[in-house]
Design a protein around this ligand. Structure first.
Ligand SMILES: [Zn+2]
Length: 319
């Protein structure tokens, strides 16, 4: 852990936030075709005493709104009145995606595949670049809130970076039902943070464009656990929930054929090898194909798409 010995100012967009101050800063990104300025609201809470700076962000994928709602509620409840260190809260990173109900920016590019970005690149690349320049160098820990992509519904889980023990420790402390290592994707926020030596975890829970109270409350607890662990919030706020289960291996079970998909298990449920997880049926009641578990483990994601094609990812299992 980085131990800070001096109080420090946080500087974003030329605005300085001194120890003991809190401020809402607008990070200028671009304009809409109509000329409206698009900027990313960044909430900065700088504690009186020295300590690490934690970045907590959501909406990197614009349609993944559980994280957005989690941070909105925490801001509303004055949750981030920390006693040391600093917290930078970004409730919606991809503003363009959020207003279009889309994962990506309008040209179809994914901001989470565009880090660290370039000044003259695509819109996604420029957003990543500004963010990387203005915010990331001031941060010692990162928490990135996501939900399942498409109609995939994730049971609350945290991913950390293989070969980064500090991110593994952070994932365990977060205390979601499950945590596991996952490979870093080129251009992702997590990889950019890894290259800068900043331990970062990705929380995944719920489904795009749907609120999920379980996903929101688990995220709230997790953020609280991390801030308590870092000494930024009082100890008595620490979690009393069950310890997080570490998964050594995860694997997708895919659709054996095209058809109507009917899941028959619950997210988070323990299943045994060979157990029927769901059915894929043709639309004319002629053929049913059972989808079975490849090994004993937990169901950590279910695809809620009703009509599937052969090879579509249906269940994510972990053990
Ligand atoms: Zn995402």
């Amino acid at each position: 852990m980085v131990e800070e010995t001096e109080n420090k100012n946080i500087i974003i967009n030329g605005e300085s936030i001194a120890p003991g101050e809190q401020k809402l800063v607008f990070l200028n990104i671009a304009r809409l075709p109509t000329g409206t300025l698009i900027d990313i609201p960044v909430h900065v809470f700088n504690g009186k005493k020295p300590g690490p700076t934690v970045l907590i962000q959501a909406g990197l994928h614009g349609d993944e709104i559980n994280g957005v709602e989690t941070l909105r509620r925490l801001l509303q409840d004055d949750f981030f009145l920390i006693r040391k260190g600093a917290v930078i809260v970004v409730p919606i990173l991809n503003i363009f995606g959020f207003i279009h109900f889309s994962r990506d920016v309008p040209d179809g590019k994914d901001v989470n595949r565009s880090f660290p970005g370039t000044k003259s690149g695509s819109l996604a690349s420029r957003i990543a670049h500004t963010y990387t320049e203005q915010i990331l160098p001031q941060v010692q820990f990162g928490i990135d809130l996501h939900t399942g992509g498409g109609q995939r519904h994730n049971h609350p889980q945290v991913r950390y970076s293989t070969n980064d023990l500090k991110s593994m420790e952070l994932a365990q402390i977060f205390g979601a039902p499950f945590y596991f290592s996952s490979r870093m994707i080129t251009g992702s926020f997590r990889k950019a943070m890894f290259k800068m030596g900043v331990p970062t975890i990705v929380y995944e829970a719920g489904e795009s464009m749907r609120f999920d109270e379980n996903a929101i409350s688990s995220a709230t607890k997790g953020i609280q656990n991390v801030l308590v662990h870092l000494g930024m919030l009082p100890k008595n706020l620490g979690s009393t929930s069950d310890p997080s289960v570490h998964l050594e291996q995860t694997r997708w079970t895919r659709a054996p054929r095209a058809g109507m998909f009917i899941p028959q298990v619950y997210n988070g449920q323990w299943v045994e090898k060979g157990q029927v997880l769901g059915l894929v049926a043709d639309t004319y009641a002629k053929k049913n194909k059972k989808v079975k578990a490849a090994f004993d483990g937990f169901v950590i994601c279910i695809n809620h798409q009703a009509v599937v094609n052969q090879g579509d990812a249906l269940f994510h299992l972990g053990r």
